[in-house]
Design a binder for this molecule. Structure first.
Ligand SMILES: NC(=O)c1ccc[n+]([C@@H]2O[C@H](COP(=O)([O-])OP(=O)(O)OC[C@H]3O[C@@H](n4cnc5c(N)ncnc54)[C@H](OP(=O)(O)O)[C@@H]3O)[C@@H](O)[C@H]2O)c1
Length: 392
């Protein structure tokens, strides 16, 4: 059966992985609509290549450039919030949610319609509004499949086991480029060093989050909502080879591991194979005899304080994960612009999380989540303009 896919974040790293899997399976999958932020030339090229019938950019200013690039192609297009929501509302069996950051929340939420599969890479949707997103999926009868590799592995390992069968879940982390660095060296890291991820070529925001290990913290929060576990049931192990993506420890002491090569096309293929598994090309198969010895270590929360902040936000609950996420997005952007040093990322997040917001309830819907996000961003920007988060 031919299944149709709406691809949110089509020009990004997950967008590319998804397009490759779709192209490998032309008899099973077809892209119906593509969405990106502002890169009109890239989106137009992708729309033509994939045979999409609709293309949307979030940035209204980029609309004319997209229309010009698609003139004569027969592909309809639009720009701005309403165009993104139109793309999501067009018929498709699967929506791949791979916009980066909290900017992906509204479209992810709108994608949850009866019978649909939402392949969720945009972890920030669950961090900002986990309860509301999961409740919406349940209420309308949409299925969320995790595309994040750790959660995808855990989802597959879990299979039909009830949540009561689980004692704990472990998410693995590569440890990023600074795994073996001293705290002083990490604090002085430059953007190009933080952008050099050892295993994955990803978007800039998630790559910086991997270097600070905030990414693993966001993933813990994501897992909590996705699987309905208590925060104390989730842990992180640093595993530099990135072969084991997740471990489920059952109540009887059995441990099952989800393994694959560190290649996002594997998780994407699992999410897209909704009528049965897709065939992968030979290079995507794991040969354990050929892999480096697998090693595991506990994360160091002193050298990677961002992970500790995320764990604390998860424990605090309410609006705190959304506040943490907003502050982190502002801090990562400031680091990439050279306005703060690497240590300033966790410093700014900590300062925002310590401000007003503690005790605020979790957002019951998208509008409330966006309001919390907006407020926390404003606070982060205000602190940035006056606090000593100077480049080190
Ligand atoms: N990359 C990975 O291996 C990986 C693994 C697990 C989870 N994830 C998650 O997947 C998501 C995407 O990550 P990525 O690495 O693919 O990021 P990326 O390479 O930076 O791509 C981001 C995509 O989002 C689009 N975008 C940005 N702002 C937008 C907006 N306001 N509205 C609509 N589209 C917008 C970008 O379009 P433009 O190009 O036009 O700006 C681009 O298509 C993140 O939530 C990340 O945490 C990624």
């Amino acid at each position: 059966m031919l299944r149709t896919v709406t691809l949110l974040g089509a020009t990004g790293s997950i967008g590319r992985s998804t397009r490759e899997v779709v192209a490998e399976n032309p008899d099973r999958l077809r892209i119906a609509a593509v969405v990106a932020g502002r890169d009109a030339a890239a989106l137009a090229r992708i729309a033509v290549e994939t045979g999409a019938s609709f293309a949307a950019l979030a940035d209204e200013q980029a609309g004319p450039a997209l229309a010009e690039a698609l003139a004569g192609s027969g592909i309809a297009c639009g720009a701005g919030r309403s165009a993104v929501l139109e793309a999501v509302s067009r018929e498709s069996d699967i929506v791949v949610s791979a916009i980066s950051g909290a900017a992906g929340l509204e479209a992810t939420f709108a994608a949850l319609t009866p019978g649909r599969v939402v392949a969720l890479a945009n972890k920030e949707s669950l961090v900002c509004a986990g309860a509301a997103v999961m409740a919406r999926a349940k209420a309308v009868g949409a299925r969320i499949l995790p595309l994040d590799s750790e959660h995808n592995a855990l989802h597959q390992v879990l299979g039909a086991e009830p949540i009561e069968a689980i004692r704990s879940m472990t998410l693995t982390a590569s440890g990023g480029p600074f795994r073996t660095w001293s705290a002083e060296r990490i604090a002085a890291a430059r953007p190009e060093q933080a952008l050099a991820h050892p295993n994955y070529a990803m978007g800039a925001k998630i790559t910086i989050d991997s270097a600070s290990m905030m990414n693993k913290g966001l993933e813990l929060i994501e897992a909590c909502f996705l699987f309905g576990l208590a925060p104390a049931q989730l842990e992180v192990l640093v595993h530099p080879q990135q072969i084991v993506h997740g471990l489920v420890t059952f109540r009887d002491g059995s441990v099952s591991a989800g393994m694959a090569l560190p290649d996002m096309r594997v998780a994407a293929a699992h999410c897209l194979g909704i009528d049965g598994r897709l065939d992968a090309p030979p290079a995507r198969f794991l040969d354990l005899a050929m892999s480096a010895p697998l090693s595991f270590e506990r994360p160091d929360l002193v050298r990677f304080p961002a992970l500790g902040l995320a764990i604390a936000a998860l424990a605090a609950g309410g609006a705190m994960p959304a506040i943490l996420n907003a502050a982190n997005e502002v801090a990562v952007a400031a680091f990439l612009e050279g306005r703060i040093g690497f240590a300033g990322i966790a410093g700014l997040v900590e300062a925002v999380c310590a401000g007003p917001g503690a005790g605020l309830s979790a957002a019951p819907d998208v509008a409330a989540a966006l309001a919390i996000d907006h407020e926390a961003r404003n606070r982060a920007r205000e602190l940035l303009s006056r606090a000593p988060f100077a480049v080190t």
